[in-house]
Design a binder for this molecule. Structure first.
Ligand code: SF4
Length: 462
């Protein structure tokens, strides 16, 4: 599969190389394609000695999620985000968690839609989404669309988030620093050999770019996917921890994230939670002040506590976050100490709870499983662009409603506590919805995942 080259436009960040080739200067790979050839990422190529970008505005369906899906815990906890993911990647990690969209050769074109920057911003505004997130595959290869749309979003007061492996040159990164508020960076390892062998990239440029962000005033959190047999040993983990502590600073929140077998690395199990706990312990010992575990649903262990009186400020369970003891200025309500949380949101924004009404006409039952605590709900049929959906936690007397408006056909639903057994979703419109299990955060499910064919969901119409 190669990318559809319709609606291409001239790329930024390139230069002529010789009379037959151009040199792309967006990422450190510096591909030099000849006429009619594309670079390593598969989405930028040479046409008549001009570098073109083939993915401008081409995206997976815009998806409403929460900021915690992006390994961000200290910025607007619980905020709604609009996740935009495109296609292609400047790396090829053997363990990629989004390989069906990051690797162009595996792409299903039917997943792709086209958006303008104005349409993306309008979806945020109409659906009251507070943060626009560039995520899933890697936004580096979408630079032109990301920069233009982020600039427009900020004009509307919408915050912008960039989730990336950060294999990027400094000039495009400097452009992003003008428009991006929050960076969530995935550091794979501190081993040059690891990067070369397992990502087909290089470590040095990633570290340089991370240090560049750390010196800016932008919000930064760093995560490491902990992959059994590849980077989960003590030396690997402590080397990464010590580099973060000394080069980025102990106040940068760190996330150790569980891996699910994917792409070319399927011969191992999911990461054992005790390995994440051990990594977290070493990071805290090294002085890093906020360390979290990702892709696990635990009670209490991922909360943010007041550094002075230890009162819980934000409670977390899986992808669900609830502000419990924080005022609008980010101060602990118990002792008045400043917290590390930036832009804490009004507690009342978190959910539009209502006293239980009757379920609407059409219903989906979603039962959480130990390995599946969140799903994507996807509109599959129906013309009604605006829909009101009601969600009732099974066994609970309360419900919450969400209005889905124009342009938003996919959104996330996640378990809210260890007592949450499942959700009844109901609606009255003629739209039809389907459910795809979400294995991990920042994962874009495209099919029922292997091992989950027996999806624990029942559909009831009428
Ligand atoms: S962005 Fe793509 S074409 Fe440009 S140097 Fe990187 S991999 Fe090559």
């Amino acid at each position: 599969m190669t990318i559809n080259k319709e609606h291409s436009r001239q790329a930024d960040y390139w230069q002529p190389f010789n009379h037959r080739r151009v040199e792309c200067t967006l990422c450190p790979r510096h591909c030099r394609p000849m006429h009619n050839q594309v670079g390593f990422c598969g989405v930028r190529g040479n046409e008549h000695n001009q570098l073109r970008t083939y993915n401008y505005g081409k995206s997976l369906a815009a998806t409403q999620e929460v900021i915690e899906t992006e390994a961000i815990n200290h910025y607007m906890p619980g905020a709604r985000i609009l996740s935009m993911g495109n296609i292609g990647c400047m790396m090829e990690c053997s363990f990629c968690q989004n390989w069906e969209t990051s690797q162009v050769k595996h792409l299903n074109q039917r997943l792709i839609r086209e958006y303008t920057p104005e349409e993306v911003v309008a979806i945020c505004v109409e659906n009251k989404i507070e943060v626009l997130s560039w995520t899933y595959n890697d936004p580096v290869v979408w630079q032109e669309f990301v920069a233009e749309t982020s600039r427009l979003a900020r004009q509307q007061g919408i915050k912008t988030l960039y989730k990336s492996a950060l294999y990027i040159e400094q000039a495009p990164l400097d452009e992003l620093l003008k428009y991006i508020d929050v960076f969530s960076i995935s550091l794979k390892s501190l081993s040059e050999q690891f990067y070369k062998k397992h990502t087909r990239g290089r470590l040095g440029p990633v570290l340089a770019a991370l240090q560049h962000i750390a010196k800016s005033n932008r919000h930064l959190e760093v995560s490491q996917l902990v992959i059994p047999g590849l980077n989960d040993d003590e030396q690997n983990l402590t080397t990464t921890i010590n580099w973060i502590a000394t080069q980025l600073g102990v106040d940068v929140p760190v996330h150790f994230v569980a891996f699910h077998p994917a792409y070319k690395y399927t011969q191992v199990q999911r990461t054992d939670i005790n390995v994440l706990r051990q990594a977290r312990h070493w990071a805290l010992q090294a002085g890093i002040r906020s360390v979290y575990m990702g892709n696990v649903s635990v009670d209490g262990e991922n909360d943010t506590l007041c550094r002075h009186c230890a009162a819980p400020l934000v409670r977390r369970y899986g992808l669900h976050a609830e502000i419990v003891n924080l005022d609008s200025q980010g101060m602990c309500r118990s002792c008045g100490t400043a917290s590390p949380i930036k832009m804490p949101r009004d507690k009342t924004l978190q959910q539009d709870r209502i006293t239980l009404a009757q379920d609407f006409k059409h219903k989906l039952y979603i039962h959480w499983q130990p390995d599946m605590q969140s799903v994507h709900i996807v509109k599959t049929h129906g013309e009604e662009t605006q829909d009101t959906l009601q969600f009732r936690i099974i066994g609970d007397n309360e419900a919450y409603v969400r209005e889905i408006r124009h342009g938003l056909d996919r959104f996330i639903l996640a378990a809210q506590s260890k007592h949450d057994k499942g959700v009844v979703m109901s609606w009255n419109s003629t739209n039809q919805y389907d459910i795809l299990p979400l294995l991990d955060r920042a994962h874009y499910p495209v099919t029922l995942s292997s091992g989950l064919e027996e999806i624990p969901v029942r559909v009831v119409n009428g």
